[in-house]
Ligand binder design. Structure first.
Ligand code: GLU
Length: 467
């Protein structure tokens, strides 16, 4: 088998979203599965709408997700002489021709056709005029008006278009810039692309592209069109439902492995397995198992996967990931070992890094206030002597380990006849400001003696002041 070569070819006219990124992922996986080559190509022939910042964003998004490319980025805007050479070849062979139809007239004719209930099509009036190049001449491709164009789509099965449905499409605009359908074919030929994996919105372009391959005498690549992703109600994805820039997922505290795992399942499956390591994805990925029906965006599932990967991430790594999110809260966490211990108490409790950072706040900042209901119930005059007692015992303690702290509370419970929860909740409130937190003994052990005593004192002051 010849070397597999796939490409991802976004237009830098906007941010990369879920759909486009999934296209990149499938091309990457297919190339990796076959130990092939994955190419990044920037389709920037639309000079007005293309922006450098989007190129950067595309690269950053792919790097974040670990979708590394082996060749490129190639820029179509730097390849104009190549397209011109191929245009000339078609002109020389009589397979393309110059056209000087005025765009405004074309528009009028298009509207007239629509009004007559016909499909608007270029009527081929310049086909045999033998026009020469000029400043207002575009180049059109002579599309066969008989027969049909078909291919076996690796994603969708057999697809066939009647050639009569197609017209002589413009392949080079009057300004000398090639159009998408032409540039893409020349690129795929010259870059040796063997598999074109892309969104199903490109199916109508495929017969046009196939006819250009044939005119250029080049073998066809395999085509595989992927289903779209819809919102739960069957509508299109919107800003509030998944259609956000990929990097916004990073800002929301989603891990790249979670998003990759999530995206792959939107259009591909391997039995009913839901969680895949990167190695498994590469090993199992095949075009045959791409979904036939649209994927459905499900935020809950993404969060579920993210929780899973938060749990799986080794703590030193998780600490490194958490730091920027703490910084956003104004917490400068310099000690990574400390952050790793903190993360170790929160990795089974949070769905995102944003949530984890919020939950971690008390490890870095003493509570500014106490949760009202909890304080009324647990920070009472009645408990004050016990809190004083706990404080003394902690103060006298040598090693501040979780086991030793546990023992201290067990002893106290036996001696005072108070239930563990009656002892734990006031302390929890004193240390964290809330009644829900990671295991109290972990919290005490991580905060350390000095900080714990300080916070207990503050809670006692609060009690004495309140009553
Ligand atoms: N630039 C095209 C797009 O962003 C991709 C075309 C293709 O994959 O053939 O949709």
């Amino acid at each position: 088998m010849t070397e597999v070569r796939t490409r991802f070819s976004p237009s830098p006219t906007g941010s990369l979203h879920l759909g486009g990124t999934r296209t990149a992922l499938f091309n990457w996986l297919f190339a990796r599965h076959h130990s092939g080559v994955f190419i990044l190509r920037i389709e920037d022939t639309d000079r007005e709408r293309s922006e450098e910042r989007y190129v950067k964003e595309i690269e950053e998004s792919m790097n974040w997700l670990g979708l590394n490319w082996d060749e490129g980025p190639y820029f179509q805007s730097e390849r104009l002489p190549i397209y011109r050479k191929y245009i000339q070849r078609l002109l020389d062979q009589g397979l393309a021709y110059y056209c000087d139809c005025d765009p405004a007239d074309l528009e009028v004719r298009r509207k007239e056709a629509l009004a007559r209930g016909e499909k608007p099509k270029y009527d081929g009036r310049c086909r045999d005029r033998g026009l020469k190049p000029g400043s207002h001449t575009a180049v059109r491709f002579k599309t066969s008006q008989t027969g049909a164009t078909h291919w076996h789509d690796r994603g969708k099965g057999p697809i066939c278009f009647d050639n009569q449905e197609l017209d002589d499409l413009v392949i080079q605009r009057a300004d000398g810039i090639p159009t998408y359908n032409f540039a893409v074919v020349v690129d795929d030929i010259t870059m040796g692309v063997t598999h074109v994996i892309r969104g199903e919105d490109h199916i109508p372009n495929t017969p046009r592209q196939i006819l250009i391959y044939q005119a250029l005498g080049s073998p066809l690549p395999e085509f595989a069109h992927m289903t779209v992703t819809l919102a739960k109600d069957g509508g299109k994805l919107s800003k509030r439902r998944g259609a956000i820039p990929i990097l916004a997922y990073r800002d929301r505290g989603i891990l790249p492995q979670a998003l990759v795992n999530y995206m792959v399942r939107l259009g591909w499956g391997h039995g009913d397995q839901e969680i895949f390591s990167r190695e498994e994805l590469i090993k199992y990925f095949s075009l045959e198992h791409m979904s036939k029906s649209p994927g459905v965006y499900d935020e809950e599932k993404l969060l579920w996967l993210n929780s899973h990967y938060l749990k799986e991430t080794p703590l030193p790594e998780l600490a490194r990931l958490l730091v920027p999110f703490l910084e956003r809260l104004g917490i400068a966490a310099q000690n990574l070992d400390y952050v790793a211990r903190v993360a170790g108490t929160l990795n089974t409790r949070s769905k995102t890094l944003v949530e984890m950072a919020e939950m971690a706040r008390f490890y870095f900042q003493a509570p500014a206030s106490y949760e009202e209901k909890g304080a009324k119930k647990f920070l009472t005059q009645e408990i004050a002597p016990t809190l004083e007692d706990i404080k003394k015992r902690l103060e006298a303690m040598g090693e501040f380990s979780e086991a030793a702290i546990n023992q201290l509370f067990q002893d106290l419970s036996t001696e005072t006849g108070r239930k563990m929860v009656q002892l734990a909740q006031p302390v929890r409130l004193a240390l964290t400001g809330t009644t829900v937190s990671p295991g109290l003994f972990d919290v005490i052990s991580i905060l350390g003696k000095e900080e714990v005593l300080k916070r207990l004192n503050r809670a006692l002051d609060f009690i004495y002041k309140e009553q």
